[in-house]
Design a protein around this ligand. Structure first.
Ligand code: EPZ
Length: 419
């Protein structure tokens, strides 16, 4: 069992470099399966989920070299002849379901165990299946395995009933070599969908409109390898921006695309935090006497659900009652019980959390229940009075590269302990 021990009260000061985007790389690695060739991916975050996905690709028969010194991955998928991923490897993370779309796209067949992932709600995959079937695949789920098989894949118009990042990406992966044209309507618009589309186009695909709610794909016969650099992780960036504001620090968050962070920086300005935007960095200057705000999580470009948990900690410092409504995942308030044990005054009512501030937090032992809840626990420890021990930090290390080192670099008194 590993934990972080954090002494609260230090203001975050200095500079932090943001790593490549977890939710982009987790789509791009499986997407390499679509070409019988070599790919080199750069700006790769060295996080647990990447190591797990690399193991999955090796189990499929890929040759993978993780160039850790350069945060890069060389993947050769030439030797892969089928796409079959067992429960043992697929259960580890949600992104394993991208192997279905990529396997279908390359082999017109895939057998992948039902995905795992953060426990933040039911997380169905009906829209993924709707897309695969619309393209002509037969889909059966048996003994926990998603079995897809198609004689051929033919492009068509697919209207997504729900705005889904995963389903939009998975349909893109399976459609890039389908016959004719595929149109995805009501598509998700997240930056990592654009990043994945750019990667597919670098491999020779013809994907247009990614980042809008209509994506048009002209099927091509074959894809080839490429070299590609992943965009910065706006959720990691948002986490450090919130942490800097919560500790009333002064931090330059580097290697970001400010446009991707507009919903977060706008909300922080509303709270009274000073934000200075540069071309590829954002300076955050925390202020006292924050004003209450209301937040509703929405698909991009709305406020991201992945920052709902971290920013709720910041709202415990705002004067008055702030309301946070989680419209994406029904089970994403588990961390509130941990914050209440630190003295937070938060009431969860259905999809909303009512946060009364300003309420001081005091350090104690708390548990990370999922990746972003873990980030929230760490931010709570930064501002709490005294010492906080955050347990189950395996969740955190799945998605934040070198977080202990980066926080120490900003003046935080944190140490990682194995019990
Ligand atoms: C991706 O999950 C991210 N994970 C999540 O990040 C992120 O919170 C989420 O997108 C939303 O931005 C990865 O990219 C690996 P969705 P995904 O499909 O694709 C419903 C993190 O912390 N839905 O966009 O699973 C679903 O229940 C993780 O980094 C269906 O109803 O999310 C949810 O309410 C957590 N049917 C909503 O859509 C489907 O077939 C959005 O889910 C698919 C989804």
């Amino acid at each position: 069992m590993n934990k972080y021990i954090i002494q609260g009260g230090n203001k975050l000061n200095g500079e932090v470099n943001i790593s490549g985007f977890k939710n982009a790389i987790l789509a791009i690695i499986p997407a390499t399966l679509l070409a019988k060739d070599k790919c080199r991916i750069e700006n790769v975050p060295l996080i647990k989920d990447v190591y797990i996905l690399v193991e999955m690709m090796k189990e499929l028969g890929a040759e993978v070299y993780l160039d850790e010194k350069n945060n890069a991955i060389d993947i050769d998928t030439s030797m892969i002849v089928e796409c079959t991923a067992s429960y043992d490897i697929a259960k580890a993370l949600r992104a394993s379901y991208y192997l279905v779309g990529a396997g279908l796209g390359r082999f017109k067949e895939a057998h992948v165990a039902y995905p795992g992932g953060c426990d933040i709600g039911s997380r169905p995959i009906d829209q993924h299946i709707k897309g695969f079937e619309a393209l002509g695949s037969n889909v059966e789920i048996e003994h926990g395995i998603i079995n897809c098989k198609a004689d051929e894949l033919v492009g068509t118009k697919i209207y997504m009933d729900v705005i889904s990042v995963g389903a939009t990406i998975n349909v893109m992966l399976s459609a890039v070599m389908a016959k004719d044209k595929t149109i995805i309507e009501n598509a998700a618009k997240e930056p990592h969908i654009v990043d994945t589309a750019n990667f597919l186009n670098a491999m020779g695909a013809d994907v247009r409109g990614a980042g809008t709610d209509v994506i048009r794909i002209n099927g091509v016969d074959k894809l080839h390898g490429c070299t590609y650099s992943v965009i910065p992780d706006q959720i990691e960036a948002g986490t450090y921006i919130v942490a800097a504001a919560a500790t009333e620090g002064n931090v330059l968050v580097k290697n970001v695309i400010p446009k991707h962070l507009e919903s977060i920086t706008a909300k922080l300005k509303e709270l009274g935090v000073e934000i200075i935007e540069n071309d590829d960095s954002i300076r955050v200057i925390g202020k006292p006497n924050l004003k209450k705000v209301n937040i509703k999580t929405l698909p991009y470009p709305g406020f991201p659900t992945d920052l709902q948990q971290p920013i709720s900690v910041l709202l415990t410092k705002a004067e008055g009652i702030s309301v946070v409504t989680e419209s994406i995942f029904e089970g994403r308030f588990k961390y509130v019980d941990e914050l209440k044990r630190m003295g937070a005054n938060i009431k969860v009512d259905g999809r909303s959390a009512i946060i009364r501030g300003a309420t001081p937090l005091s350090g104690t032992k708390i548990m990370a229940t999922d990746l972003r809840a873990g980030a929230a626990c760490i931010i709570a420890g930064l501002i709490a009075d005294g010492e906080t021990e955050v347990y189950n930090i395996e969740h955190v290390e799945r998605g934040y590269e070198r977080i202990e080192e980066k926080l120490k670099g900003l003046g935080v008194d944190i140490k990682r302990v194995t019990e």
